[in-house]
Design a binder for this molecule. Structure first.
Ligand code: F6P
Length: 334
């Protein structure tokens, strides 16, 4: 039998190779452990009494699912006491969450979307946790919002865990993107793909086409040309896939290439876009770039966007490099 590499061993080897500090290793282990608990809660479905609305709204004005609230609590509780964090920010909380005084503080800032795509949870479609890790600026012991507002290029680690037919953690610490599948019997994440490579070309794309009437002219033109297929200007047929769960759509791209697009449109332009920069777009951009793909707002590399708020929204176009570049070409024509 070929040797299996558990996440712990992978991280210790990465630490020995100088790719991370022991504190970052601990942080990732703790996040992975929290994701196992979330996976466990999700997999119980209706039997666990965890489906349905929580009856509350989050900072974004979105209705919270019971599992949104539970996942947020699991991640907060798991991370607060470890001594590796200076502060935590979550999609579900307006302001950063301080580390309780009873616990030691560390040098990292953790940002997460505890359960992305949670509107899909009641219909048993894959959802996921997305996270991003930044360094706390030197000398700051009580980080405020401003200390979290660092560009994606400052991330030291990022990842997501997809809760699907299997639970898979996809991780980068800036040395490639790697996937770990949860062995439920052992309760251990096992390395199942080292150095994921996103194919540079693709014939598959994901976009919410119900927004078509709100799209800008270049998006209309770009998608129109994809739909024209073989006899159109692109000279090949394209296929659409849209799960409405970013983690699941991105995981498909990690597996076989493609593009994921949520451009700004007339409906969401005032807010800046649909998806959030700090805990959705930036971590996904880091993972995709480390796998040889690209991520842009359409006019700027995602990870170079200067954040102006914890919950800032941005247009997102990411995935297979050459197709992302095509989109940017159309965007420049407007
Ligand atoms: O967090 C946002 C999210 O749930 C993503 O996972 C998904 O891609 C998107 O919203 C879908 O939004 P909509 O249904 O409004 O197009």
């Amino acid at each position: 039998m070929s040797q299996r590499t558990p996440l712990t061993r992978f991280l210790i080897e990465a630490e020995r190779a100088g790719q991370m500090t022991p504190e970052l290793r601990l942080l990732i282990e703790v996040v992975a452990r929290a994701c196992k608990s979330i996976s466990n809660a999700i997999s119980k479905g209706a039997l666990g009494g965890v489906l349905g609305d929580a009856g509350t709204g989050n900072v974004q004005g979105e209705a919270q699912k019971k599992l949104d609230v539970l996942s947020n609590e699991i991640l907060l509780e798991a991370n607060a006491w470890g001594g590796h964090l200076a502060g935590i920010a979550s999609e579900e909380m307006e302001e950063p969450h301080p580390i309780p005084d009873a616990y030691p503080k560390g040098n990292f800032l953790l940002l997460f979307d505890p359960l992305d795509g949670s509107s899909n949870i009641d219909v048993n479609v894959s959802v996921g946790t997305i996270f991003s890790v930044l360094r706390c600026p030197d000398g700051v012991t009580e980080p405020a919002t401003e200390h979290f507002l660092q560009p994606g290029t400052a991330q030291v680690a990022a990842g997501y865990t997809i809760y699907g037919p299997s639970t898979v953690l996809v991780l980068t610490v800036g040395h490639g993107t790697h996937a770990f599948t949860l062995d439920r019997e052992l309760g251990t994440f096992i390395l199942t793909q080292r150095d994921i490579r996103v194919p540079e070309d693709t014939q598959e794309y994901a976009i919410n086409a119900s927004n078509q009437r709100h799209w800008d002219a270049h998006v209309q033109r770009y998608i129109g040309d994809l739909l024209a297929g073989k006899t159109g200007p692109r000279g090949k047929d394209f296929n659409t896939r849209w799960i409405a769960s970013m983690v699941a759509d991105v995981h498909r791209i990690m597996t076989r290439g493609g593009t994921f697009m949520y451009p700004a449109d007339a409906k969401c332009r005032e807010k800046g876009g649909r998806l959030r920069l700090m805990y959705e777009a930036n971590p996904m951009a880091f993972l995709v770039e480390q796998a040889g793909g690209a991520a842009t707002t359409g006019t700027q590399r995602m990870m170079e966007v200067t954040p102006t708020g914890l919950h800032m929204r941005v247009p997102v176009i990411l995935g297979s490099k050459n197709e992302v570049a095509q989109f940017e070409r159309y965007a420049r024509e407007d």
